[in-house]
Design a protein around this ligand. Structure first.
Ligand SMILES: Cc1cc2nc3c(=O)[nH]c(=O)nc-3n(C[C@H](O)[C@H](O)[C@H](O)COP(=O)(O)OP(=O)(O)OC[C@H]3O[C@@H](n4cnc5c(N)ncnc54)[C@H](O)[C@@H]3O)c2cc1C
Length: 454
């Protein structure tokens, strides 16, 4: 069923275009997670239609995509071998930590290699996703789309896979007072030229905050970084190898890993409190570690200074909670992103507090064919971790189609309590940590569930 509100001029690169929409799964987004979804649905011969608001694949790794939050200097934080899709390894000549340009090409090559582009309609934004019958777990989904030419379409689909990304909607804190200079969020930052000759304060020392502070060193008049808490800084290389490629195949128990890695870090990065960072009031891995080899280097050279949490603004002056104050031309809030699924009612995704509560961070408990890909944060989960999510979704949908007992067993599990995938770690109560998982425990659980559907 399809209703066009405007004259039909939709693109026709639809792989399953001959089928009625209510036989198709709708897939939202052609970033790494959406591509993983497409690949796995394709592999099992599940009919689907992808929608991507931008004109091409790659998600936030395509800096031209208006929703992209990478900046000119952005590189992978996890190394390529930890991050890549297992069935599509990056070439040996690609750097250990490739730049966003290289990654844009990687996703473009991935889409071409597996012939995924024809499954997507590009320049088509999903505006609304609604269950046709909210009381029916097996409901079809009414989806409203907006094409780039402004035209809208509504049609009913068999199920929905949401892969619209987690790092696009700015989480902007509310500050006391008024700042007379320029107040930006990381999502507004593209290149170090924006800092030229300015006195810059970066707020937050997460991975983006540290990257951007390092960028600013080369063009700003001065660079300070304001922090509320201490951090663990992991260098990109340890013993000459990408840090995330070290460690045995079998994960250590949390208490031992926290101890061993904290000692290794002390050897390599020393004590960040020497540079003015507070001592972390939590153990390693209870928050996302900062992978950056340059931030401590620049602190050690006096190029960056650490400041306390912000108390208030007053004109160009920033007052800090330790009683100090300093004048700035620009404040850049590197305060992260907030989960954002604007096209679907929160109750359908079972939002609880800061994040949807989904079974294995994937499945909406009340519906049979409503899944989210990519709603995971974990150190080193990579695109393969997202691909394994997609594999599980595809096998589950296929099992439902084929009326297999294993799929119905998973369906019952999805409706029940979600498993604890924190791997014994006690994560900080931060917005980003609301959907944090322990990489090894999570991947093992997802793979096991997928195995049971074979
Ligand atoms: C600076 C930076 C460094 C990072 N480094 C790493 C790293 O080292 N390792 C790692 O694993 N991850 C890293 N990430 C995380 C990154 O989010 C993932 O690598 C990956 O991009 C997630 O893919 P995704 O497909 O879930 O989301 P995205 O890449 O955000 O893609 C979502 C896609 O959905 C589309 N879309 C959104 N809304 C709609 C809609 N309503 N209708 C249609 N289409 C829509 C968007 O246009 C976009 O193409 C980094 C992120 C940043 C910002």
């Amino acid at each position: 069923m399809r209703h066009d509100h405007q004259a039909e001029s939709a693109p026709t690169n639809k792989a399953d275009s001959s089928r009625a929409t209510h036989e198709l799964i709708a897939l939202i987004g052609a970033g790494p997670s959406g591509l993983a979804g497409a690949r796995n649905l394709q592999k099992l011969g599940i009919a689907f239609q992808g929608f991507e608001a931008f004109r091409d694949v790659g998600g936030l790794w395509n800096i031209e995509n208006p929703r992209s939050t990478v900046y000119e200097s952005a590189h992978l934080i996890s190394s390529k071998r930890t991050t890549e899709f297992a069935e599509f390894p990056m070439a040996d000549e690609v750097a250990d930590y490739p730049s966003h340009r290289e990654l844009k090409k990687y996703f473009s090559d991935f889409a071409d290699h597996f012939d995924l582009r024809r499954h997507f309609r590009f320049g088509v934004r999903v505006l609304r996703v609604e269950p046709v019958d909210p009381a029916d777990a097996g409901t079809c989904w009414r989806i409203t789309l907006q094409r780039d030419d402004g035209g809208q379409e509504t049609a009913e689909y068999k199920g929905v896979v949401i892969a619209n990304g987690t790092l696009a909607e700015a989480n902007m804190p509310r500050f006391e007072g008024r700042f007379a200079g320029q107040l930006l969020h990381t999502s507004d930052y593209k290149s170090a030229e924006q800092f030229k000759d300015r006195r810059v304060l970066i707020v937050g020392a997460g991975n983006s905050g540290c990257d951007i502070a390092v960028d600013a060193v080369h063009s700003a008049r001065s660079v300070d970084i304001s922090v509320r808490r201490g951090y663990y800084f992991v260098p990109k290389y340890v013993f000459g190898k990408p840090a995330d490629t070290l460690g045995g195949k079998r994960p250590l128990p949390p208490w031992l890993k926290q101890k061993v890695d904290a000692i290794v870090l002390k050897w390599f990065t020393g004590d960040p409190t020497r540079f003015g960072f507070p001592k972390p009031e939590y153990k390693m891995y209870e928050s996302h570690p900062i992978v950056n080899s340059l931030i401590l280097h620049h602190l050690g050279h006096g190029d960056i200074h650490v400041k306390a949490d912000i108390a208030r603004f007053d004109g160009h002056t920033v007052h800090f909670k330790d009683g100090s104050q300093q004048d700035y031309d620009m404040v850049l809030a590197a305060t992260g992103y907030t989960l954002h699924y604007p096209f679907i009612d929160r109750e359908h995704l079972n939002w609880q507090g800061m994040a949807p509560r989904l079974y294995m961070n994937i499945f909406a408990p009340r519906f049979r064919r409503l899944a989210v890909l990519g709603m995971i944060e974990a150190s080193g989960i990579g695109w393969q971790g997202r691909c394994e999510q997609a594999e599980l979704v595809a096998r589950y949908f296929k099992g439902l189609d084929d009326d297999r007992p294993a799929a119905h067993a998973l369906e019952r599990a999805i409706a029940g309590p979600a498993p604890d995938l924190r791997g014994g770690y006690n994560y900080l109560q931060l917005e980003r940590m609301a959907y944090y998982v322990h990489k090894d425990s999570y991947r093992a659980a997802v793979r096991k569930a997928a195995q049971q559907l074979l």
